[in-house]
Design a protein around this ligand. Structure first.
Ligand code: PMP
Length: 414
């Protein structure tokens, strides 16, 4: 990208697109239109290069090696931790634990903090719109402990009913585990306000940031969440790596997750002394290559500018919403006032999968189905939706193609 493009106020989407090699490919003989970014985003060349450079230049296991390659790999791996700390405004690098992704982050908290602190009769609050990965770990924990899972209801627009949330909060509430942004609806939840409410009851709060961290500025200290989890692959980074942020005191007090190498200070057959944060939660050889390349993805976002990205995506979202509303028989699911990145819709008498297949025939990638949110689909009385989700490289022309393809598909299927 040129220096002028970087400095201009408006995002130069065509310059950005040149950084993503996959956007040059064709699908079914047409240029790819990738609108499945909430599932995973595409990767800029710099991220792909970082992976290749690691394997061709300094592949080595990290932390314990004294040879040059091990030192270089360790420095690169730990540099990602430093940048993640800045990216989400954590107070120390020890609060940044690398995981496989959002799912592992939530499971880590459920099986360490949860096993230690949740007792029979305690309550955990989630919401109707949660992703399965923020439902099932808590269900398992509640079953094991005899605790109770409570669910915040939502409105027909897809917003949390905050009055109902306040009613659910009680001295029995141990944890509120809530998504920041809905992957199926795009709703932005008022997590800061919800955390203030939880605090009054002495409950902890985990925020699932899988869909928010790529669109919004995240300041975990200002938000005052206890845990914040996300995956690198939705942030233009590689798959298989992600982050659990936890407040230092909490992470220090929790039992270990997996056990093995790296998470120990000293092992005898009688007793093991565990390592300091964050290594206490990073047993075994981590995903070194992908975590190193993740830094390059964060550099890409920082260099582009989150504000610029957000503005571009907001413009696309409102343009797409207006155009979709005009399609006869189409209903948008999720009309929250605060919404980003995602549009879900259903079309009268047509199965979302049929729409998905016909769009794919035109090179347009959208997601169809329940989006790992079956209870949410049940709330709306549907089996699934068609979802278009946006990223920095999407264009207005691509939205026009989506609308045109959709109109054609509906004509064929009606
Ligand atoms: N939570 C939300 C809101 C998500 O959108 C996703 C991914 N679709 C996840 C959790 C799970 O993320 P991962 O599969 O990367 O662990």
């Amino acid at each position: 990208m040129t220096q002028t493009a970087l400095l201009s106020k408006k995002l130069d989407v065509y310059a950005i697109r040149k950084l993503f090699p996959i956007l040059n490919r064709e699908v079914k003989g047409r240029p790819l239109i990738y609108l499945d970014n909430a599932a995973t985003s595409q990767k800029p060349q710099s991220v792909i290069d970082a992976l290749v450079n690691y394997y061709t230049g300094y592949n080595a296991n990290i932390h314990r090696g004294i040879h040059t390659l091990a030192e270089e790999a360790t420095a690169a791996f730990e540099a990602t931790r430093d940048l993640v700390k800045e990216f989400i405004h954590a107070s120390s690098r020890e609060e940044i634990v690398f995981t496989r992704g959002t799912t592992e982050g939530i499971n880590l908290v459920a099986s360490t903090w949860g096993r230690k602190n949740v007792k029979a009769g305690d309550e955990i609050i989630i919401s109707t719109m949660e992703h399965h990965s923020n439902i099932v770990p808590w269900q398992i924990l509640c079953e094991e402990k005899g605790a109770i899972l409570k669910v915040i209801p939502i409105s027909d627009e897809g917003e949390l009913l905050l009055d109902e949330y306040e009613k659910l909060i009680s001295p029995k509430t141990r944890l509120v585990s809530i998504m920041h942004v809905s992957n199926a609806l795009g709703t932005v939840n008022p997590v800061k306000k919800m955390i203030e409410v939880a605090r009054k009851a002495g409950a902890l709060v985990l925020v699932d940031g899988a869909q928010s961290v790529v669109h919004l500025d995240i300041d975990v200290q200002e938000m005052d969440c206890d845990f914040f989890v996300f995956s690198a692959h939705k942030l233009y980074g590689p798959t298989g790596t992600g982050v659990l942020y936890g407040k230092r005191k909490l992470l220090e007090s929790m039992p270990v997750f997996q056990a093995g190498g790296e998470m120990i200070k000293e092992v005898t057959f009688e007793k093991t002394w565990y390592n300091d944060l964050p290594y206490k939660y990073e047993a075994g050889t981590p995903n070194i290559a992908d975590t190193i390349a993740f830094k390059t993805a964060l550099d890409f976002i920082n260099n582009t500018g989150k504000e610029k990205i957000r503005k571009h995506e907001d413009e696309l979202l409102s343009y797409a919403s207006i155009q979709l509303e005009k399609v006869p028989g189409l209903k948008i699911i999720g009309k929250a006032k605060e919404k980003i990145g995602v549009i879900s819709f259903v079309v009268e008498h047509i199965h979302p999968q049929d729409i998905g297949i016909l769009l794919d025939n035109r090179g347009i990638a959208v997601r169809t189905g329940h989006h790992c949110a079956q209870p949410l689909m049940k709330r709306f009385g549907i089996s699934g939706t068609t979802r278009a989700s946006l990223a920095v490289y999407n264009t207005k022309e691509e939205i026009d193609e989506l609308i045109y393809g959709l109109q054609k598909a509906i004509k064929m299927l009606s």
